[in-house]
Design a protein around this ligand. Structure first.
Ligand SMILES: Cc1ncc(COP(=O)(O)O)c(C=O)c1O
Length: 456
């Protein structure tokens, strides 16, 4: 048996173009609707929020989009990211499956998020933007945009979801180290934040609310745009570098994944690892299965409706067709803050709707147990979000063991958990519980989904 553990690419093997699954979908994505008119949006409708280069990527159906040289130069700090064979985990599980993981925790922020933060900061800077506003759930995305903003000379203002702001004070310290400003959301700094706090002063916050606050600030000033860390087509496009590298690394390992696993919050790291392989299969290449792993406390793919909905709670963003729990749904305050989002990326939702992928949901305690097993077998302590992918991969490996199949499993280890040790301590003290969402709140949020004209 080969004992090779790391599969490494040189800097000159880094992909020169991102991959766009829109070119290979058997059916095009549903249109995006304007929140006021409920009619399809055009590029100009999105211009107050994003620079035109990113809007054009959002609607592009080109298969390949070049990665600008300054973006590739900054990627060189940590890319190409390593692919590992999980020999230790395979042994611990006694499985005949071969497990590989792509490790995105080697970036300065500790996750996959800088792959798009660097690109978004670059295109905003090129368009003359001075300031970016954003939300952050786990703090990973806020850190990443702060890092990218510092590099390209942009001011960055981050609304961090209240529970994660309280759970992870050092994430804020890192954002401030990069020169960003970070406030807890809901905040008193926006009209929408004040309205939420007036109704519930101890509101734990949610990504949907933090997005509304960031968008409200962005549209007030001409020199300011908004940046989103997941969900949108251009974000998924930038993350495709994960899977493109992994394809080369699987070839180096002389194998191909039977199954590709990733955790899903808004869908960006899952799409990053999965979509290049999915496109390969759709173009007639070897086919893989794709498994998205989501938290049972915020199960948009497994319990949500595939419907038009707003991306934020204040209903300011355009409407997209996606798997959603309803924009008014507040997920419970579980510890994978980056997975507490009511919706799902339209491209991931479309792939799910077309039957190109599967989804499963697990509770947080079993995901922490998987993360601890992984840490002891492989040495890396995963972020709580990434623990969901670890759990999904372990379940696939155990299935292989039961069925006596030596399948190849590839999963994305989207980030490390070095800022999440308080949640690990809670887990060891048996203080971590499986958070249940409020069924009646979910029913109400789903009942309140916007109605859209029959013509769309
Ligand atoms: C480490 C990590 N993994 C996964 C996610 C989930 O986001 P996405 O589904 O967009 O990859 C986050 C979000 O903050 C994260 O920090």
């Amino acid at each position: 048996m080969s004992k090779q553990t790391k599969f490494l690419l040189n800097e000159d093997q880094m992909p020169k173009a991102w991959y766009n699954l829109q070119a290979d979908f058997p059916k095009p994505l549903p249109v995006v609707l304007h929140p006021g008119t409920m009619q399809p949006v055009g590029p100009d409708d999105l211009a107050p929020l994003f620079p035109m280069a990113l809007i054009m990527q959002e609607v592009s159906t080109e298969r390949e989009i070049d990665i600008p040289e300054p973006v590739r130069d900054l990627y060189r700090l940590w890319r190409p990211a390593p692919l590992y064979r999980a020999h230790g985990l395979e042994k611990a599980l006694g499985t005949c499956a071969k497990i590989y993981y792509k490790y995105e925790g080697v970036s300065p922020a500790g996750s996959h998020k800088p792959n798009t933060a660097v690109a978004q900061a670059f295109f905003n800077k090129e368009a003359g933007v001075k300031r970016l506003t954003t939300e952050t759930g786990a703090g990973q995305w806020g850190t990443s945009l702060a890092f990218a903003g510092a590099h390209f000379g942009l001011e960055v203002e981050v609304f961090q979801v209240r529970v994660s702001y309280d759970q992870k004070p050092y994430r804020r310290a890192v954002m401030e180290t990069y020169g960003a400003r970070c406030v807890a959301s809901p905040s008193m700094e926006t009209e929408y934040g004040r309205s939420v706090l007036a109704k519930r002063p101890d509101h734990p916050g949610s990504l949907g609310i933090a997005i509304s606050e960031a968008v409200e600030l962005a549209v007030q000033r001409d020199d300011t745009k908004y940046a989103l860390g997941s969900v949108l087509n251009h974000v998924l496009l930038h993350q495709s570098i994960i899977g493109l590298e992994a394809m080369k690394q699987m070839e180096m390992a002389d194998t191909w994944p039977d199954v590709v696993v990733g955790c899903t919050g808004g869908g960006s790291n899952f799409a990053g690892i999965a979509f290049p392989f999915m496109g390969h299969g759709l173009r007639g290449g070897q086919k893989s299965r794709f498994v998205a792993v989501e938290p049972a406390a915020c199960p948009s793919l497994t319990r949500g409706k595939y419907a038009y909905d707003f991306g934020d709670t204040a209903k300011m963003t355009p409407l997209t067709k996606m798997h959603t729990l309803g924009s008014q749904f507040t997920p419970p305050g579980f510890h994978a803050g980056g997975l507490r989002y009511h919706g799902m990326a339209p491209m991931v939702s479309h792939a799910m709707h077309l039957g190109l992928m599967e989804a499963v949901a697990y509770n947080q305690v079993e995901c922490f147990a998987a993360g601890v097993m992984f840490a002891r077998a492989e040495g890396i302590v995963p972020a709580p979000e990434a623990n969901h992918a670890v759990k999904g991969a372990i379940e696939e490996a155990l299935r292989c063991k039961r069925e006596g199949k030596a399948e190849t499993i590839l999963f994305n280890l989207s980030g490390h958990g070095h800022f999440d040790m308080a949640s690990y301590q809670k887990y060891f003290a048996s203080e971590l519980t499986d958070e249940k969402y409020d069924e009646s709140e979910l029913a109400m949020a789903l009942a309140g989904l916007p109605s859209v004209p029959d013509s769309v």
